[in-house]
Design a protein around this ligand. Structure first.
Ligand code: Z5A
Length: 208
């Protein structure tokens, strides 16, 4: 584990990552734990610009490898300018998505070789990995109804089969890593929040 914790939320669209990461951020602040809330791709000026380019609709084909290179360029900026300096000064980091999203979206769903992602992961992150990852598991049909009516970006415009592959990719990774906590995100929000609170309590006791 890094010196101070990095806690990540993962899941497909509408699974509640943004809502729950804000909730967790507020709850840690209430406990007087210095915490920042950030997201990927994004978190710095350049990384947010890369996010916009990554999610925009283009006339030309965008390959899976291009997406991998874009998210890792954004991640390098985010790690160098936000995440590492905060961890070094004793601040906890709550992040909406991180590298498991690259394995799920670009690896599993776009078909980019996992070895390429692993190499970039080692190269860019070196020794920095999340300490706790909440995977909010939601069937794609449910996700579709939650985000219906929204204007869709390039990634959100993918079909159900794509998101089924993303979900399978997350489930596979969750089974292989002890840091994962899988939450059934199809339940009412209060139930998901209550599970999150319970898991968080244990984590805070172990880490503060
Ligand atoms: N991406 C990638 O491809 N590779 C990478 O390495 C990384 C990212 C890091 C942007 O991510 C895109 O980046 C994403 C993958 C790609 N693209 N896609 N598709 P993002 O996380 O910023 O975008 P998003 O996944 O589209 O966010 P989202 O749709 O806002 O999802 P969310 O944050 O999980 O949902 P929410 O805002 O918390 O909730 C959405 C709505 O559902 C809201 O009205 C809630 O009140 C409702 N909700 C949430 N939970 C519940 C429950 N339990 N019951 C009822 N209603 C609920």
């Amino acid at each position: 584990m890094s010196s101070y914790p990095i806690i990540v939320f993962e899941g497909i669209e509408g699974s509640g990552k943004s809502y729950l990461s804000k909730k967790l951020f507020k709850s840690l602040k209430k406990r007087r734990i210095n915490t920042i809330l950030t997201r990927e791709p994004g978190g710095t000026e350049l990384a947010e610009a890369i996010r916009e380019a990554m999610l925009a609709k283009w006339q030309e084909e965008i390959t899976g490898l291009t997406e991998v290179l874009l998210v890792f360029a954004a991640r390098e900026q985010h790690l160098k300018n936000v995440i590492r300096p905060n961890l070094e000064r004793g601040t906890w980091v709550v992040c909406d998505r991180f590298t498991d999203a690259t394995f799920a979206y670009q690896g599993e769903a776009r078909g980019v070789d996992a070895e390429i992602i692993e190499r970039l992961e080692q190269w860019v992150q070196v020794d920095l990995y999340p300490d706790l990852t909440f995977f909010l598991d939601l069937p794609p049909e449910e996700s579709e109804s939650r985000i219906a009516g929204r204007e869709k970006d390039r990634m959100e415009s993918e079909n159900r089969d794509f998101f089924q592959k993303v979900r399978s990719g997350y489930i596979r990774r969750a089974k292989g890593h002890k840091r994962y906590c899988i939450l059934d995100a199809s339940r009412p929000l209060e139930e998901v929040v209550s599970d999150l609170r319970h898991r968080l309590l244990n984590f805070v006791q172990e880490n503060s």
